[in-house]
Design a protein around this ligand. Structure first.
Ligand SMILES: Nc1ncnc2c1ncn2[C@@H]1O[C@H](COP(=O)(O)OP(=O)(O)OP(=O)(O)O)[C@@H](O)[C@H]1O
Ligand SMILES: [Mg+2]
Length: 496
């Protein structure tokens, strides 16, 4: 009788373990409320220790499925750091040490010990259980236990030592990032090491969520956005979006690292990105005019960046569609080579087309009022459809193009720099101020007559009108805008 019951009990045990592996986990998290965090489905608990200034520093937290895909997170590297991913509630509770004598056996392994023992005793029934396990995974459509077990087998693709060798410059690290297999960013401990060796130089700006500094890392400039602990959610969200798989693009601000530094009395949250000395497009257009070529190069890179954000790439190395939700000239930066990058992804939303889920609960009226699309101002936007958010971005893009085109200098003539609707609303307009102008009176920024006399300005003028239609569905897509702007370049090339 005992013999017949054993496999049943074991199967039940395995079933329960698998069920737990496929659902959310609770983990120890030093910087979270109640020292606890919760992973999404298919996440893991993370436990690590690294040597900082000769002292062992432990980090315990939750890992999201996206971070899990960046396999390097779960591996240790010789001497410098040790990290471990595990998959049962609070399994990251114990303290890891770098010295081999101190390494404790992770609880995940302890949890599976009974099963391993059972496997040794009852090989045939274990085989049966493996089939059940695979069956459960197939039924639930999750690559859970099987993948996780395999993660620990895969050879370490990059270790922290090779990533952090002293001769590495930012360019090398960014190259490592894009070839490390995860396509999503540097391992967390490498990010932390970079952030902690940056020397801040001067403040360069201040936004809604903290201050931006210029810093030096190994002699190179970097930008550091410092959030207060009050704005932790914004910091986390922006870091999370920047580390979306395959987001990296020449027209999206280059993310380098995120770090949370506890100095005993408060927590400083850092977001480190590439530094662009011209600052924002807003700063740049205030200071300089642009040539026709300069305008086209800027417009093309902005449209390319937005088209990349909006585009969903399907496949294991794919990316979700992303809507920015705060497109404006202050959130676009100008590079030395005259192209632009899109920055400030803290309000962005991601879309999973297979489930049709938008990744955060929608507080739809976010962003900057002056740039809000009519359907946001009068609250008629269909927040159930992800397309709506992309269309709202396109409206804002039209306004950015208007700011840009005004500064295009032809035969020494150009307009002064102005924000959209500068002549129709007060300097810090309310939603109501904007709604009256944009929805009720259906007004849009003025397109000067002289733009008709220059082919490039005529095309850009037509484009912006097609971006700011009241009917969101009639607006151009980012890809269409990009193609049309690139044709202006071709037309120009032919004329030259
Ligand atoms: N990577 C960077 N390189 C150079 N300058 C930057 C960088 N990031 C930000 N800045 C400068 O810092 C300023 C503040 O940026 P931040 O994103 O915090 O606020 P904002 O865009 O001005 O306002 P908001 O909070 O509404 O987004 C920018 O306007 C820009 O001038
Ligand atoms: Mg900003």
């Amino acid at each position: 009788m005992t013999r017949t019951r054993l496999p049943t009990v074991e199967a039940a045990l395995i079933f329960l373990s698998v069920a737990q592996l496929c659902t959310a986990l609770k983990c120890v998290c030093q910087l979270c409320a109640n020292d606890t965090c919760e992973t999404g489905a298919d996440g893991a608990c993370w436990n690590s220790v690294m040597l900082i200034n000769g002292k062992e520093e432990a980090v315990k937290s939750c890992l999201s499925p996206a971070e899990m895909r960046g396999q390097v997170f779960c591996y240790s590297s010789r001497n410098v750091s040790k990290r471990h991913c595990c998959f049962t509630d609070f399994c990251n509770n114990e303290t890891l040490h770098l010295h081999p004598g101190y390494v404790e056996r992770p609880s995940e392994e302890a949890g599976w010990g009974r099963l391993e023992l059972a496997a040794v005793i009852l090989v045939p029934s274990t085989l049966l259980c493996v089939s059940i396990l695979l069956g459960v995974c197939v039924v639930q459509g999750q690559p859970c236990a099987y993948n996780r077990a395999h993660k620990n087998d895969v050879e370490e693709p990059l270790d922290d030592q090779s990533l952090m060798s002293p001769d590495k410059c930012l360019k090398d690290l960014i190259y490592d990032m894009s070839t490390s297999g995860s396509g999503s960013g540097l391992p967390l401990l490498v990010q932390r090491t970079i952030a902690r060796t940056i020397v801040l130089q001067e403040t360069i700006g201040k936004g809604r969520f903290g201050e931006v500094w210029r810093g030096k890392w190994r002699g190179e400039d970097v930008a550091v956005k410092i959030f207060s602990s009050r704005d932790e959610r914004s910091w986390f969200r922006e870091a999370e979006i920047y580390q979306t798989i395959m987001l990296r693009h020449e027209s999206i601000l280059g993310f380098i690292a995120a770090d949370n530094k506890d100095n005993g009395s408060w927590t400083q949250l850092w977001l480190v990105t590439e530094y662009h000395e011209h600052g924002s497009l807003f700063d740049y257009l205030n200071r300089y005019t642009v040539s026709v070529d300069g305008m086209i190069v800027l417009a093309l890179s902005i449209a390319s960046g937005l088209a990349h954000l909006h585009m969903e790439i399907i496949g294991t190395q794919g990316k979700p569609a992303i809507a920015h939700r705060d497109m404006k000239s202050k959130n676009i930066l100008v590079k030395k080579n005259g192209t632009a990058v899109i920055a400030d992804l803290g309000l962005a939303v991601k879309h999973d087309s297979s489930t049709n889920i938008i990744d955060i609960p929608s507080n739809h009226r976010v962003g900057t009022k002056r740039y809000m699309a009519p359907e946001l101002l009068d609250d008629t936007i269909n927040i159930g459809s992800f397309e709506s958010f992309k269309r709202a971005d396109i409206y804002s893009l039209g306004l950015v193009f208007w700011e840009l085109a005004r500064r295009c200098s032809i035969r020494g003539l150009q307009e002064d720099f102005q924000l959209p609707y500068y002549d129709m609303v007060p300097s810090d307009p309310s939603v109501e101020d904007m709604r009256k102008i944009v929805c009720d009176q259906k007004l849009r920024p003025n397109i000067p007559n002289q733009w008709q006399s220059c082919e490039a300005l005529r095309v850009i003028g037509k484009l912006m009108r097609e971006c700011w239609y009241a009917n969101a569905a009639a607006r151009l897509t980012a890809l269409r805008v990009k193609k049309t702007v690139s044709q202006v370049t071709v037309l120009k090339d032919i004329k030259d």
